[in-house]
Write a protein that binds this ligand. Sequence first.
Ligand code: 6PG
Length: 248
Amino acid sequence: MADIRLFSDSGQLEMAAAEAIANLIRLAEGPCNVSLSGGSTPKPIFELLGSGNFARSIPWQKCHFFWGDERWVSHDHPDSNYRMAREMLLDKLSVSESQIHPVPTAGMGPEEAARQYERVIRKKVSGNKLPRFDLIMLGLGKDGHTASLFPGTRALDEDRRLVVASEVPGLQETRITFTPGLINAARAVMFIVTGEEKAGTLAEVLEGERRPRELPAQLVCPATGELTFWIDQAAGKFLHKSKRNEVK
Ligand code: 6PG
């Protein structure tokens, strides 16, 4: 069952989410494996984590950073999730390159890159049957996608691989993405959803009929991990009161 945390505005949400991530890292025993989300929503949270007290007080040396999905572009491309996280967060921290594990997007094709990234994850992230991330951050697309699990794509049915290459429907664009199985093995999964344009989709995902092929975010259901949705009023406007605990 998802724990929905609703904030009056995105600024409050971002601070609370940064604090929750900081606490999760502090409490982690041993290495803390974190999968960062892409797109625009996490930028202010990364910026907070990379500044002031957060940057100084969090034991970043425990962390290993991964990406739940990546666009098939060079690491210095404006659309790169890796570049965004480096600029907003990682380059401001005193972490070593050995703690940062970007999706390879050069020198091979997307399928080989997905296999190689899966090998890195299997090597670096421990777990019982599957590698178990301490935290996987996710966003939500207006079409119901999360990570790069897009409606109607083969990646939705993948039940053996942990990382696959996937085409974005309608665009001639390739992505690399965690599969539902890897996401659902995590200790904690944090959806961060802000803005009115996501309200309809979020209500469908959380309260509508279950149709994961059209709404892949509905595939996220951690086996034993904690699932939380961090949303602002604008994104939560169509949710019924009973389903959300408003954080003042
Ligand atoms: C990506 C993301 C993707 C994102 C959603 C929401 O690579 O774009 O991983 O899943 O989280 O598309 O994107 P915004 O935060 O930009 O709305």
